[in-house]
Design a protein around this ligand. Structure first.
Ligand code: DSN
Length: 455
């Protein structure tokens, strides 16, 4: 399918085809350590580029506002079934066009505008959609934040005190730059003590949750959200999951949460979903249920620990002195290097990381004082702890090329050597090795029939 389309694109639109080809080569030749990215394999990319893109279908399977949606209905049912199975959930909504849309829908379902929200602050590792002033969530809701303790861990005493003082309608447990295990059970106890709903946003750790390597929030939180591309090897998009509270009444005291969520996604926050993306989510969930994915998840955590350890040995201050997940956050202070300057210098040699504000950061988000790194993609390339040590060494060499004013010595021949070593490391661990592990469940096979009969 995809191959035929690619040939036609090359013929009809070589300029665009060349750009797409360049992007594929760039991914092959760079060490992507972006913590919020994973690799979508050929099955996912193929589904995302399928003819389902031509289907307009507002509503849900069996209750559409357009005709001609029979196949898409089956695809969406399959995606919902697989999402429920992978995460042990009772209800899944697979329509959110992004993790942000999923979060908006949940907040919209659980409280009116002006309702009070308690969440982790952005500088402490929270997310824009958890009530940051620059997000619509910061405008629409009355936001209170909890923070971290002296060791950089979630300060549960502060969460408890803030919940008791401010009586929020919703508490969010989740982050975009917190490298440690989140105790969702403790969050639920606090939420229950003040009659708040608990929303878990597991976008960054959803792969580890799916693989059983991070405790699941599904039956602790009233509602769980995740994006599907950060760690699920899926397409751009989000999903919403409900566990034991799927049939708990919402704020109106009679509508079940599962119905409130479906209405909040459509027509509350979105119109027509993206059917091809939903097919791609189904393909990703299929991959997540394979033993190969569990192996990948284990390698992601193992590699992140090795990376954190190696960076510490080079003298960098790793937040929380380590990690339980795929993520390593480094405080560049007291060196005068900004996160932005470090990000750019590393990008120039083919190492992709992103700048991040860190607790107590005096720099604005645009420059920041920290770096956030992740091991999802390096692990998908088959890299191991020794490779992480080499990555840490390469990062250290680049960062040592900054002078005392925080300026990079641009002409340093060392940078050329690092770029060569990055390319060599990439060539030893081609991205395609990571992609090759994607199995397709063929119609007629035993697992396909089992899955079909469970729908
Ligand atoms: N939420 C952003 C991040 O964590 O990088 C991207 O989706």
């Amino acid at each position: 399918m995809l191959e035929v389309g690619a040939e036609k694109l090359i013929r009809d639109d070589p300029a665009l085809a060349r750009l797409l080809d360049r992007q594929a080569c760039y991914q092959e030749d760079t060490l992507a350590m972006i913590a919020s990215a994973s690799i979508a394999g050929p099955s996912v990319l193929s589904a995302a580029a399928s003819a389902l893109s031509n289907v307009t279908a507002e509503g849900y399977p069996g209750r559409r506002y357009h005709s001609g949606t029979a196949v898409f209905d089956e695809v969406e049912e399959l995606a919902r079934h697989r999402a429920r199975t992978v995460f042990g959930a009772r209800h899944a909504n697979v329509q959110p066009l992004s993790g942000s849309a999923a979060n908006l829908a949940v907040l919209h379902a659980l409280m009116p505008d002006g309702g009070r929200l308690l969440s982790l602050g952005l500088d402490e590792g929270g997310h824009l959609t958890h009530g940051a002033p620059v997000s619509i969530t910061g405008h629409s809701y009355d936001v209170v934040h909890y923070g971290l303790d002296g060791a950089g861990r979630i300060d549960f005493e502060a969460v408890k005190a803030a919940a008791a003082q401010y009586r929020p309608a919703v508490i969010i447990a989740g982050s975009s730059a917190y490298p440690r295990t989140i105790d969702f059970g403790r969050f639920r106890e606090i939420a229950d003590s003040v009659g708040a709903y608990l929303m878990a946003d597991i976008s960054h750790i959803a792969g580890l949750v799916a693989a059983g390597l991070h405790p699941s929030p599904i039956d602790h939180a009233h509602i769980t959200t995740t994006s599907t591309y950060k760690q699920l090897c899926g397409p751009r998009g989000g999903i919403i999951l409900l566990g034991r509270d799927a049939d708990t009444a919402g704020p109106d005291e009679h509508t079940p949460l599962r119905s409130l969520i479906d209405r909040a996604v459509f027509p509350g926050v979105q119109g027509t979903p993206d059917p091809a993306s939903i097919a791609a989510k189904a393909a990703a969930f299929n991959y997540l249920s394979q033993p190969e994915f569990r192996d990948l998840a284990a390698s992601i955590v193992h590699n992140a620990r090795a990376l954190a350890h190696a960076l510490s040995e080079y003298g960098y201050r790793v937040l929380t002195a380590g990690t339980d997940t795929h993520m390593v956050v480094v405080d560049l202070r007291p060196a005068p290097i900004t996160g932005l300057a470090a990000e750019r210098a590393l990008e120039a040699v083919g190492i992709l990381v992103n700048r991040n504000r860190i607790p107590g950061d005096h720099r604005p988000a645009r420059t920041s004082s920290g770096l956030r790194l992740g091991t999802n993609i390096l692990s998908a390339r088959g890299m191991d702890a020794a490779d992480m040590r080499e990555c840490a060494e390469l990062i250290d060499i680049v960062l040592r090329q900054f002078d005392a004013n925080g300026e990079l010595r641009q002409e340093s021949p060392v940078l050329i050597e690092v770029a060569d070593r990055v390319r060599a490391l990439c060539a030893t661990h081609p991205l395609l090795n990571g992609l090759d592990v994607f199995p397709l469940v063929a119609p007629g096979s035993e697992s396909f029939d089992k899955e079909a009969s469970a729908l």
